[in-house]
Write a protein that binds this ligand. Sequence first.
Ligand code: SF4
Length: 379
Amino acid sequence: MNSLGIYIHIPYCLHKCGYCDFNSHVAREKEMPDYVSALLKEMEIASNEMDIDSEIVSIFLGGGTPTTLPLELLEKILIRSRQIFPLVPDCEITFEANPASASLEKLSGLRRIGYNRISIGVQSFQANELVTLDRIHSPDEAVTAINWARQAGFDNLSIDLMFALTDQTPETWNNTLNKALALAPEHLSTYNLMIEPGTAFYGLQKNGKLKLPEDEQQLYYFQESIRQLTQAGYQHYEISNFAKPGRECRHNKIYWNNGNTFGFGAGAARYLNGQRSKNINLPSDYIRQIMQNGDATESTECLQTLDAMGETLMLGLRMLEGVNIPQFENRFKVSFHSHYQEVLKKLSRENFIKLTEDRLALTTKGLYLADSVIMEFMN
Ligand code: SF4
């Protein structure tokens, strides 16, 4: 069986956070029913073209903020997905939530319908940091949303946190980690704040109005996350992700293993059998194009073997278990050790990688410099 993941993009948010470079737009309630109709149409077309020996092992509603959609629209999406796609019985069905758009009623409804995993964007448990981050919820609202999720019956819950923030100190980061641990999520993601071109923060930084911690301090926050979360029983399984045993995000693992993924919605990307394509970003254009032509693809790219090999390493090396070499060789019909002989020698000498006959992974030193180490395989 060919296992696939489905990503569904919900491009609406209550407010555009200053650091956000995702395809998210301030919620337009009137547009939402049309958006979901377009989504369902796009999904239906894809399901008719799907290989017969495929099964869906995960569905991930990301955004944007999926919880800005009314419950009945979120219900429609899942009901239709079940009707048209072959979901495995224990399919992981995640949605992302923002504390400002969650309610006990909505979360209970979502759990009842069959969503079984929730990922809550908390980012920080410090009120001042949330303000600086331009978030519209308070730490208390985040705690309440997590408690509601538990009350609603979610036993697979993830919290997103962010470090390397303006005004953050080692004490406040420790405090945020401790508060998160006290809530006992099954999964935690800790991201380094990145300033991306086109965001409000980018402009502030350029004008000298936003100062981020030095590299050394950022490294400290990263190391501290690993130390504290692993000590608390979480497995550090990907650069930014930690999970209780057996609670890794199945959807993201498909992505990091460069597996096949459908992507539906405005700006959504899909990767199917070596072909990557992406939809147009603007929700109103997406709706129009899907309704008129059944297709809103903006770009398609057929990866050449060498690019696909590089990309598989780039994604796979993000995971601490690294890349399975026999699987890689089987997929690309190359001898891994001979093909990458020179770079493997160099990176081993510098203690950036751990290499065995059947696995390649980054060492702790390699993880800290993952981006530049991984680039060595792309040259
Ligand atoms: S809630 Fe998330 S997706 Fe929406 S604007 Fe903020 S960071 Fe972006």
